[in-house]
Design a binder for this molecule. Structure first.
Ligand SMILES: O=C(O)C1=C[C@@H](OP(=O)(O)O)[C@@H](O)[C@H](O)C1
Ligand SMILES: C=C(OP(=O)(O)O)C(=O)O
Length: 433
């Protein structure tokens, strides 16, 4: 297990970062959705991190020819091939849950598994609704835990599913199944979760409509009549990865960071808005709109104030650990509520945030669905990442103020392989065993 030692940064900094990792959510989808066409897809700036490379590896095992280079070219098979081995999703909930929906309606036998963290995450949220439309999915705990065995079939019923949670992974799994169902289907969620699946599939020609009705978000899905158009996409940078550097600037008054070519999709930048509410200066400069609004974000540090976060949780769920670092140094009390979903991520992120902040000398109260953080002075500590990339990177950023030692940092490679290299532009970072 490797560790990182981060040296405190004494002066403010002003940098531009054009090398934030490509968007993880969009990369997973680009690789997987290429299988819905009968023509080759071209993907530029694909995220070459463990999670998305596992998804791409599965695309190959399902019969696609993949040419890897600066541009990834995926030539889909005529028919999906039944793989002769387990499909390894690694650490990725997105990979596993989306493949469940994708494979449920494809003839063949498929086994999805992953690392010890993923095998411990709940899968009933996709297995149950998929089973109710005729999918054959089983696994440990009656299909709640991987390995999951899918006996795909082409008889999926159409559905009207009201999801109790705003989860883009559940929504995407059901949309993918709906594309192969007998008739039109409908899905609703309590609030709009990230909508990359709808945007990309629509761009490929799928008949998918979405609208707000009675305070809920609905998606109507028409089954595919023919293969979709291929993707020709340049993946923008990931706002969830960019956010670590936004926090770095925000907690060091006088510092600024310009983050280039980031997805500005409103379901992805809510954490930047919270940082702004806390007192940081945040500017958005939209440049393009290809499937998604894309542009630059500039963040400059000012004195931060405590904040309460209890709405639009799905729009900032992945950023909450990094936001907790800003909350830890803000003046006054901050609270996060309605965020129970944090407990079923790569680690129980409520526990990992609370325990590690306490090690840094910050007073924190744990709630079932969040936490209360009393802003103070961060102290240097030895941090356990719990094998969770977002915890490792969040506390590495905290190191800018106090110095920090992070244990078990291999997980960073799941989403942001060049994170340490970029952090070294700001301060000294030492890797050790
Ligand atoms: O669909 C996606 O790409 C994702 C959806 C979110 O998960 P949930 O659907 O579980 O909320 C998010 O936390 C994850 O990092 C990526
Ligand atoms: C929750 C995350 O990803 P996933 O669910 O795909 O493992 C994440 O990247 O923070």
């Amino acid at each position: 297990m490797s560790r990182l030692k981060i040296a405190p940064k004494k002066d403010s900094f002003n940098i531009e970062i054009a090398e934030i990792a490509p968007d993880k959510s969009i990369s997973h989808r680009a690789a997987m959705f290429s299988l819905l066409s009968d023509k080759p897809s071209k993907i530029r700036n694909f995220l070459k991190a463990e999670d998305t490379l596992n998804t791409l590896q599965i695309v190959k095992k399902l019969g696609a020819k993949v040419e890897e280079g600066d541009v990834i070219k995926i030539e889909p098979p005529k028919n999906i091939v039944e793989p002769d081995d387990v499909l390894d999703c690694g650490n990725s909930g997105t990979g596993m849950r989306l493949y469940c929906g994708f494979l449920a309606g494809v003839e063949g036998f498929f086994v999805l598994s992953g690392d010890k963290y993923l095998r411990n995450r709940p899968m009933a949220r996709v297995a149950k609704p998929l089973r109710s439309i005729g999918a054959k999915i089983d696994g440990r705990e009656e299909g709640n835990k991987a390995p999951l065995a899918i006996r795909g079939n082409t008889y999926l019923e159409s559905f009207f599913y009201e999801s109790p949670i705003a989860s883009a992974q559940v929504k995407s799994a059901l949309i993918l199944a709906g594309l192969r169902a007998k008739e039109a289907s409908s899905y609703s969620e309590p609030e709009l979760s990230r909508d990359h699946t709808e945007r990309m599939l629509r761009g490929m020609g799928a008949n998918i409509k979405s609208e707000y009705r009675h305070g809920k978000y609905f998606v109507e899905i028409e089954p595919l009549k023919a293969p979709l158009e291929p993707l020709d996409i340049t993946i923008p940078s990931d706002p969830s990865s960019a956010f670590f550097f936004a926090v770095a600037a925000a907690i060091m008054p006088g510092s600024c960071v310009l983050l280039k070519n980031i997805t500005l999709n409103p379901t992805r930048i809510e954490a930047f808005k919270v940082l702004q509410k806390m007192g940081a200066k945040v500017e958005y400069m939209q440049k393009e709109n290809i499937y998604e609004p894309i542009g630059d974000i500039r963040v400059c540090g000012e004195k931060l104030q405590g904040v309460e976060v209890s709405e639009h949780i799905s729009w900032l769920i992945d950023e909450l650990p990094a936001l907790a670092i800003a909350m830890a140094v803000a003046e006054g009390v901050s609270r996060v509520k309605n965020a129970k979903e944090l407990r079923v991520k790569e680690s129980d992120r409520i526990k990992s945030v609370v325990e590690n902040l306490r090690k840094c000398g910050i007073s924190v109260e744990e709630y079932e669905d969040g936490y209360e953080i009393r802003g103070g002075k961060l102290q240097k500590a030895v941090i356990d990442s719990y094998g969770d990339h977002r915890i490792a990177m969040s506390f590495a950023i905290a190191g800018l103020l106090a110095g920090m030692e992070i244990e078990d940092i291999e997980c960073i490679a799941t989403s942001f392989p060049n994170f340490v290299e970029l952090l070294q532009k700001i301060t000294e970072v030492e890797r050790g065993d």
